[in-house]
Design a protein around this ligand. Structure first.
Ligand SMILES: [Zn+2]
Length: 173
């Protein structure tokens, strides 16, 4: 198992629509194990393959506060609860949190690492984390799902910070 490096915003991989996984071979199991290892190393509720430079429809997510589950080719089947606004963070956008509105009770469909389909309902933090990771597979980060006003302010100050950091890296070389 390997801890994979994180792709940071505005890396173009984070805007890509990821490819579905069609062949469930050893490489799929390895990718899942690496993502779990990486999520444990970095901390956080979930980690999607594109955040580690892999444009495939897979993410791992902490469910029920203990288990880390792997979701392959996941689909949001039904929203069954109420809209809830919470503060979210993202390993690909360090130092930024955003208020995001999502449904707090959902029914989802996905495949496991053997390709077997499953369907479960998720509530509260689990539902929110699932939707955050699902966005990554469709090329959307928190910035794309925040409301406009929040997005402009937060993204501009984040981009400024990245530029400053890059400039300081050049100076020290
Ligand atoms: Zn994220």
């Amino acid at each position: 198992m390997t801890v994979l490096p994180i792709s940071f915003y505005p890396d173009p991989i984070l805007s890509r629509i990821c490819d579905p996984i069609e062949v469930f071979d050893e490489s799929v199991k390895e990718m899942s194990a690496d993502l779990i290892e990486s999520l444990c190393a970095y901390g956080g509720l979930g980690l999607a393959a594109p955040q580690c430079g892999i444009a495939k429809q897979m993410f791992v997510c902490q469910i029920g506060k203990i288990d880390i589950m792997t979701f392959i080719n996941p689909v949001l089947e039904r929203e069954m609860g109420d809209e809830l606004t919470t503060q979210e963070g993202c390993l690909s956008i360090p130092g930024v949190t955003g208020r995001i509105k999502r449904n707090d009770r959902i029914l989802i469909k996905a495949q496991d690492i053997t390709g077997a389909p499953f369907s479960i309902s998720l509530i509260n933090t689990d539902a929110i984390a699932f939707q955050h990771e699902l966005d990554h597979l469709h090329g959307r980060t928190m910035f794309e799902v925040m409301d406009r006003v929040q997005k402009l302010g937060k993204r501009n100050s984040y981009i400024k910070k990245v530029k400053k950091w890059k400039a300081s890296q050049k100076k020290t070389k």
